[in-house]
Each structure stands twice: as C-alpha cells, then as structure tokens.
Design a protein around this ligand. Structure first.
Ligand SMILES: Cc1ncc(COP(=O)(O)O)c(C=O)c1O
Length: 312
C-alpha cells in the first residue's frame, strides 16, 4: 500500500547548505561524511502551509529548539544559533517562492574528516524545503503492531530525532506496507504501546484522551503537545499520560496518530480489529478540524505558533 506522500516530488530551485542558499543540484556533500556511515546526524520535520499569499510555518522555533536538543544528546555542536536557522528557513522559502504546502527538513550531521567512531568531525548543516501534500490518509488508516520494538532509553537515545533512529522506523514501516497496512505501531521494550513509525499515538476511552508518557520510549512530539493543549485548553477534555497495553488498542473508542507530516490521522483498524465504528471518531474529527485552523494561524490563542513568510 502506498502512502499519500510517495511518488516523485517536484524539486525546488534552491536549498540551504552550510550558510548559503545554493542551487538544488549543487546541494552536495562528500560520500565519506561521517553522518552517512554511522547515522551521526539529527534533523527536524516542519510543515509550512500556503495560505492567503504566504507560507505559514507551524511551530518553527519549537522545531529548531528540538534540533539543538537532539544534537546535544549526541555530543554534536551545531555551528549556528536557533535564530540563524530560523532566518535561513525564511530566506529559503522566500527565494523558492512556494505556492503550495511544503515540508521543511533541517539536518545537521558530522561531515568529512576521520572515519573513526569517536571522531568529532565538523558538522554540516542543510535546510531543505519541498512541496508536500498529505503523508497518511486523513480519512482513516489501518495499522499493525510491528514486530520491531522501540529500545528503552538505556539502550539507545530514543528521544533524540537522530538519523540513526530512523532505521527502526524504516523497517517497521516497510513491514507494515508488506503486510498491506498503512502504518506500523511500535511497542516499547516492556511491551507497552510506544508510538507510530513517525507519529505519536492517542487513544480515546470514555471521552478521555490517553497517550504514552515521555518515559515510554517516544519522541516528544510537537503535534502531541499541540493536541494535548487543544484538548485541555479549548475542549476541556482530560488528557492522561500513562502506559497503554497492546490489547487496549483493540478496545479503544477511537485512536489517532499525531505528527508534523501525518498531522492528525484517525486509525480505523489495528491488527484486523475494527476501532470504534470503523470510521474516524467524533473527538478525533473535532481535534483534526481545530488543528487545521491552528496551523494557519486562525486560532487566536495559538497564533504565536505560526511564522509567516510572504510570497511575492
Ligand atoms: C518517531 C516519531 N515520533 C513522533 C513524531 C511526531 O513528532 P512531531 O509531532 O514533532 O512531528 C515523529 C515525527 O517527527 C517521529 O518521527
């Protein structure tokens, strides 16, 4: 089964590499960079929405701050500031003149130098922005529990958005596709529900939202935080952070995944069990609708999360 995002993207004119805007075709590094060989890199995934003559970037500063936190966790110093990378992102979007929704990918990785495992090679930084539509089907997806587990935090820094971590999501996502599912759900090392292969997970039981805690081997998702705040502050819905057992997925009233790329995606089936009525749940739909308003700055209380780049 193909994801909505698959297929050949349309490349933009420019990328940003190590301090400069460069032609797309010139945004290159050497094949011997450390990051390519050992996964010594960190990245972010950010969305920009084309609306009213501008690209509206959602929670840009929060994403850039997480990039720096991820880097710190793996002993990497990014040779720029958060503010410089924000400015570079604005410039990149402006010169590309996008007139559609986009995905922004800042990435920092160890570059050329020694190939030793303890090498602290200079860090290259790039920002890529491409046109991007839907990632998963917003009308409901079918999931399987992956045979791949999330390691615990003492085996691997699971909370960092490091390139190395994504081999696990690549494998679990491929496994799900091979079995005819849209997405994989991973359990943690103790067998509790952790997250999707690129999304956090929420279940609904008796009108309350439940999501795995930060110690459940999850990435602390920015969309997860957005949903938590919407539920608590706008809808008056209780959000409980606690471990979720695998079988609880099967009996949930509603399930949805959250992520920058995926946005809010209803899960209508897990391991062959229909979730709720088999259609996106009412609370899921409500949160999904509010989310789409928030990301384009139409909800006053969360307006500061949106950075606008006017397109000439
Ligand atoms: C493993 C994983 N979990 C969760 C998320 C969701 O995070 P966010 O909402 O910050 O995009 C992502 C996507 O970035 C991810 O790759």
């Amino acid at each position: 089964m193909t994801k909505a995002s698959e297929g050949q993207p349309i490349w933009p004119k420019y990328a940003w590499l190590d301090g400069s805007i460069v032609e797309w075709g010139s945004a290159k590094v050497h094949v011997f960079v450390h990051g390519l060989h050992y996964g010594t890199g960190v990245f972010e995934g950010i969305r920009g929405y084309y609306d009213s003559g501008a690209i509206k970037i959602f929670r840009l500063e929060d994403h850039m701050k997480r990039l720096f936190r991820s880097a710190k966790m793996i002993h990497m110093e990014i040779p720029y500031t958060v503010e410089q990378l924000i400015e570079a992102t604005r410039e990149l979007i402006s010169v590309n003149g996008f007139r559609s929704d986009i995905y922004i990918r800042p990435i920092a990785f160890r570059g050329l130098g020694s190939f030793g495992l303890r090498a602290r090679n200079p860090v290259n930084v790039a920002i890529i922005a491409i046109e991007f539509g839907k990632y998963l089907k917003p009308d409901g997806i079918r999931c399987m529990v992956s045979s791949w587990r999330k390691p615990s935090g003492d085996s691997f820094p699971v909370e960092t958005k490091a390139t190395a971590n994504y081999l696990l999501y690549h494998l679990s996502s491929l496994e799900a596709a091979e079995h005819g599912f849209d997405e994989a759900i991973l359990l943690d090392a103790e067998g509790y529900v952790s997250e999707g292969a690129g999304e956090n997970i929420f279940i609904v039981r008796e009108g309350r939202l439940i999501t795995p805690p930060v110690y459940g081997s999850i990435l602390e998702g920015i969309t997860r935080d957005t949903v938590t705040r919407v539920a608590r502050e706008m809808l008056g819905v209780e959000v409980i952070e606690r471990r979720i057992r695998r079988a609880e997925l099967y009996i949930a009233d509603e399930i949805f995944l959250t992520g920058t790329a995926a946005e809010i995606v209803p899960v209508i089936e897990v391991d062959g069990r229909t979730i709720g009525t088999g259609k996106p749940g009412e609370l899921t739909r409500k949160i999904q609708a509010i989310y789409h308003q928030i990301v384009v700055g139409k909800v006053e209380m969360f307006r500061s999360w949106v950075t606008e780049v006017p397109i000439a």
